[in-house]
Write a protein of this length. Structure first.
Length: 177
């Protein structure tokens, strides 16, 4: 079946079974490797994309149901400039293995687009269910606050708190690896 998808502002026509998970089409047909396969069961969030402003798990979204405007991680940077969340991810040295951060960044974007200045509790609620096996949750929250509040959650603080947890402080780009 021929299906038209709007992804990061461009229209693509793919020929797939309607029930094919959107994640497979994005990665295998369109070459967009921002969304990751983690669990395939809507449990981890690694496959998150934004469809019409809502963070969705593309591993369980049939391609035929993806009728809205789809944004993947690749669609965040504009004119060679990182999205503020991507920059904050670098400034706060958020990722460790990096696997979860497609879902973390896109979920944070959907959250901030709806609520530009969330409280800590609202950030935690909004990000719930996007799993990080490396436990970078505190740095994720610091990065979101940096964007939401122009915040002074400095890289030094991030590094210090990482060190306090015994985690290595790495430079990171918050994007696909
Ligand atoms: S791969 Fe989709 S939620 Fe885990
Ligand atoms: S799973 Fe490794 S950084 Fe989140």
């Amino acid at each position: 079946m021929s299906i038209s998808l709007r992804v990061n502002g461009a229209t693509h026509v793919v020929d797939v079974e309607p029930s094919t998970p959107l994640l497979y089409v994005l990665r295998n047909d369109l070459g967009l490797h921002g969304p990751r396969f983690g669990c395939g069961l809507a449990q981890c969030g690694a496959c998150t994309v934004i469809i019409d402003g809502v963070a969705m798990r593309s591993c369980i979204t049939p391609t035929s149901a993806a009728t809205g405007a789809i944004t993947t991680l690749e669609g965040l940077a504009k004119d060679g400039k990182l999205h503020p969340l991507q920059q904050a991810w670098i400034d706060e040295q958020v990722p460790q293995c990096g696997y979860c951060h497609n879902g973390q960044i896109l979920t944070a974007k959907a959250l901030l687009d709806k609520n530009p200045h969330p409280t800590d509790a609202e950030i935690r609620a909004g990000m719930e269910g996007i799993l990080c096996r490396c436990m970078t949750y505190y740095r994720i929250q610091a990065a979101i606050k940096r964007v939401a509040h122009g915040a002074p959650a400095s890289a030094a603080q991030g590094t210090a708190s990482a060190a306090a947890r015994g985690a290595p402080a790495r430079s990171a780009n918050g994007s696909d690896r």
